[in-house]
Design a protein. Structure first.
Length: 260
């Protein structure tokens, strides 16, 4: 079966970085995107406009509630899944993870989110083929996405003995005429998760309406965003330990070192 993974990140300037992905069968993608755009228009939003966590306000609270209820209706019907990794960027291991390069550390976190997502789909659906769509962002190194695709396929071939599971990794804008609209759903979800994990709810002067939106999303998802969830949950939250990933990488390198 062919799948699409639609991804975004939040909290790049805060302690806890959140990267999230929607996964859905490729045939569902255009239908859900069209439904979402139709809902936006029915609520008075411009088709090329963008929903964002930062734009959550009392004025638009009821509109955002309807968008989120629409999404969780599809999730409950098993037409889409959501996965988020939360990473403590203040840990010393985080900088060492990317050899001191912040951009490299960021994409290694993305790599693990995508690896776990694609691996699960490949195990559940033999012959899976996954197209990864990332929110478009400017990278210092221009070949990040090409390297990400090659690294994922190499690791999946090594671990699952299957080739070409990742069809491609492509950038998509989240607003404008050529936007990937479902990135906007990811933005709101990971923004709310980061709001909880970074302690913004308890900050003096914290936005009351964002607190209300967090409570709504926790009710719809069936979990508190302060907690991780079980691995196979259709709405999956996982605190990613960079130190564990580094240990596994070192063990793998040692195992494959000539003469060992």
């Amino acid at each position: 079966m062919k799948f699409t993974l639609i991804c975004d990140e939040s909290g790049t300037d805060k302690r806890y970085l959140v990267v999230g992905a929607l996964s859905l069968p490729r045939t569902n993608h255009p239908m859900m995107a069209a439904e979402f755009q139709k809902l936006k228009q029915s609520l008075g939003f411009r088709p090329e406009g963008e929903l964002k966590w930062k734009k959550v306000s009392q004025w638009h609270f009821d509109h955002y509630r309807q968008f989120m209820e629409w999404f969780f209706g599809h999730l409950t019907a098993n037409r889409v899944r959501f996965r988020a990794h939360i990473v403590d960027t203040s840990a010393g291991n985080y900088r060492r993870y990317g050899a001191g390069d912040k951009e490299s550390s960021f994409y290694k976190v993305y790599y693990h989110l995508l690896y776990q997502s694609v691996r699960r789909m490949a195990l559940d659906e033999d012959g899976s083929n996954v197209l990864v769509l990332l929110d478009d962002k400017r990278n210092r190194y221009p070949f990040r996405l090409e390297v990400l695709k090659k690294s994922l396929n190499a690791a999946l071939k090594r671990d699952l003995k299957k080739t070409g599971l990742v069809a491609n990794v492509e950038a998509r804008p989240s607003s404008g005429p050529h936007a990937e609209p479902l990135i906007q759903i990811v933005d709101v979800l990971i923004g709310a998760i980061g709001h909880v994990r970074n302690g913004d709810l308890a900050n003096p002067g914290a936005s009351k309406v964002k607190g209300e939106m967090v409570r709504l999303l926790e009710q719809l998802s069936g979990t508190s965003f302060a907690y991780d969830t079980a691995a196979r949950s259709p709405f999956n939250l996982w605190t990613f330990d960079v130190g564990v990933a580094m240990q596994r990488r070192e063990q793998h390198q040692k195992k494959n070192r000539p003469g060992t």
